[in-house]
Design a protein. Structure first.
Length: 402
């Protein structure tokens, strides 16, 4: 089996996912194409040698529909011979794109690929594509489907995480992200987005709230209390977890992932292709895994996915120097930390999606650039990216810095 190497990784800034967000005027195809152009230009890449572009997108309709990966490749002026495919593994889509590209390289059937993701949440509303889990009552009843926020609150209840616990976790995410930007830790990967006149629309993650305090965040109302109690969705969870007397609704906008716009791209290829193109590898993909998990609580997949990837690499959790765990909700990362007994000093050292935002289909690929940059900055060796996924799944990838 061949090795899959990462030669470069770029991302856009994350723009606030509302009509007044700085990237709202930018189409999904534009954000994705800007990342593809950066990969090409930074590496003096002959795009005719790229076999395929794989992009994750969680709401692939309208401007993001119709195979946005191929459309973005054309918009970026890649050679017409470059293929493109769009995939959807919900929040794990950006990392799934990387894993599929790596698998293709390892198999020897592909030599060079660009993988990543795109999501414009200000232009295409989350959930607007429907889906059986959300709109089919027969299936929802059968699997015990509830909104993700209730699943996160259920994790907090079972783990005994209080409102203060999850709020303090969120504050730390904001602090770490602010320090990371102050120290320019993201600078190597960020691609500023400009308008048609060349004026910069955004060159910095826009969702951050570095002035967040415990006093401010504690005043926010629980986001899922009404859905759970008044709409009766808590009772669905109780059927799966009869030992729970009452779900403590502790999550809200301040300790959950931010809704944002963004895109990312990663250049992945074989050793032979790297030598031919004089590309210096930055990291090697060691192992990867995807798992299913209990669909009502839904968000516990990162731990088993990571353990599966570790087992494939013949490694232990303690062997990993840095973890990037998507902060879908505070309790998700806290549960992962406690289940694998990982110190806080190894997890999301530059903040996470609570502070920076979660552009659904792009997040996994964004985390790859963040992880590689930080491994290089700190001269550490091994890193792991993992995300929880809707419907009850988890995904993980382990890399080694070169």
């Amino acid at each position: 089996m061949k090795q899959a190497y990462i030669f470069d990784a770029v991302r856009t800034p994350r723009g606030r996912g509302k009509a007044d967000g700085s990237l709202h005027s930018s189409r999904p195809i534009t954000l994705a194409a800007e990342c593809l152009k950066a990969i090409r230009d930074r590496n003096n890449l002959n795009t005719q040698l790229v076999d395929d572009v794989i992009l994750g997108c969680v709401t692939p309709i309208g401007e993001q529909g119709g195979d946005v990966a191929k459309a973005a490749a054309l918009h970026a002026d890649y050679h017409q011979s470059v293929a493109g495919v769009t995939l959807n593994r919900f929040c794990g889509s950006g990392l799934e794109a990387i894993n599929q590209a790596a698998t293709n390289i390892m198999s020897g059937q592909f030599d060079l690929q660009v993988a990543g993701g795109v999501e414009c949440m200000s232009r295409i509303a989350m959930g607007s594509d429907g889906g059986a889990l959300m709109i089919d009552p027969e299936l929802s009843f059968k699997v015990g489907f509830v909104p993700q926020g209730i699943g996160a609150d259920l994790i907090a209840t079972l783990r005994g995480y209080t409102r203060e616990d999850v709020d303090r976790f969120a504050i730390e995410s904001q602090k770490k992200a602010a320090i990371a930007w102050e120290e320019k830790r993201f600078q190597k990967s960020i691609i500023p987005i400009k308008d048609s006149l060349g004026r910069i629309l955004l060159d910095r993650d826009e969702h951050m709230r570095p002035d967040t305090t415990f006093e401010k965040i504690s005043q926010l109302k629980p986001a899922f209390l009404e859905l759970g109690e008044k709409w009766g969705l808590d009772s669905v969870a109780y059927k799966k977890y009869p030992r729970v007397e009452s779900i403590q609704h502790v999550h809200h906008a301040g300790n959950s992932s931010g809704i944002v716009d963004g895109a990312a791209a990663v250049l992945i290829g074989s050793e032979e292709m790297g030598i031919e193109l004089k590309l210096k590898p930055r990291a090697r993909i060691i192992s990867m895994a995807a798992v299913g998990s209990e669909p009502t609580i839904m968000l516990t997949g990162p731990a088993p996915a990571t353990l599966k990837a570790l087992a494939r690499a013949n490694m232990k959790a303690s062997d990993i120097d840095l973890y990037e765990v998507n902060e879908a909700f505070a309790a998700v990362v806290m549960n992962f930390r406690d289940e694998l007994e990982i110190p806080d000093s190894k997890i999301n050292v530059n903040g996470g999606a609570i502070a920076l935002g979660h552009p659904l289909g792009a997040t996994g690929a964004m985390l790859m650039s963040t992880l590689i940059d930080e491994l290089e900055r700190t001269k550490k060796r091994f890193g792991c990216i993992t995300l929880c996924i809707g419907g009850g799944m988890g995904i993980a990838t382990i890399i080694e810095r070169i």
